[in-house]
Write a protein that binds this ligand. Structure first.
Ligand code: ZN
Length: 222
């Protein structure tokens, strides 16, 4: 009897965990919200493509499974604390404290082994303490600028989100990442040249107003 009661409690904790994680589907990425992107992606959208970037890595020296797990976990705390931006006037220390507390709350719902694994993954990413966590950080930035590029394409506003690209200068090192960046820059370069007329008559003013604001996405601040 006692065992089945315990099992039921474990089951409802897992359901509670899944529901909390589900909230990530409804947490919009702050950087896009502040720039008035229509229907901005959610935090889980962002983590999904980072997991795909991890899955498709070709470097045999990298522990791919570890990268996938890091990608899936790195922004998990945002289901409770939201996507905190520098403009929210919350210090880095305070942000880390809130996210740490949220991670404890979340992983407390899990059985011991899983709890340690998931909390450990989050901590590894936060402290950037492994080659995999440093690669996944590059995926984090790559995913952001790829998304910025797609929003510019969807909106027909080339260059409007340029500051996101600028914020990543000098931060990419892995050959696989550099290759994707080079393809992206090539496509973006030709796209921007092609639509130069649109840019000059339509959005240059808007672009300059927007880019005078500080970067607000937490994903670009470190
Ligand atoms: Zn992220």
């Amino acid at each position: 009897m006692a065992a089945s009661v315990q099992a039921a409690a474990g089951g409802s904790n897992m359901l509670r965990f899944m529901k909390l994680i589900g909230q990530l589907k409804r947490v919009p990425r702050t950087g896009w919200v502040y720039r008035n992107v229509k229907k901005p992606e959610s935090v889980s959208d962002h983590m999904y493509r980072m997991a795909m970037m991890s899955l498709t890595i070709t470097d045999p020296t990298v522990d791919k499974d570890r990268c996938i797990k890091l990608a899936l976990v790195h922004d998990m705390a945002e289901c409770i604390v939201g996507d905190i931006a520098p403009s929210d006037n919350i210090s880095k220390t305070e942000k880390h404290k809130r996210e740490e507390e949220a991670m404890r709350q979340l992983t407390d719902l899990l059985p011991e082994g899983l709890k340690q694994e998931i909390y450990g993954m989050w901590e590894e990413y936060e402290t950037q303490s492994s080659p995999e966590s440093r690669l996944v950080k590059q995926f984090d930035l790559l995913e952001m600028i790829l998304q910025a590029h797609e929003y510019e394409e969807l909106e027909g506003t080339p260059g409007r989100l340029q500051e996101f690209f600028d914020s990543t200068d000098g931060r990419f090192h892995h050959p696989d990442v550099l290759q994707l960046i080079s393809s992206l820059n090539e496509e973006r370069g030709s796209h921007m040249t092609k639509t130069d007329d649109t840019k000059n008559c339509g959005n240059s003013q808007e672009a300059s107003v927007v880019s005078s604001r500080p970067l607000e996405s937490s994903h670009t601040s470190s």
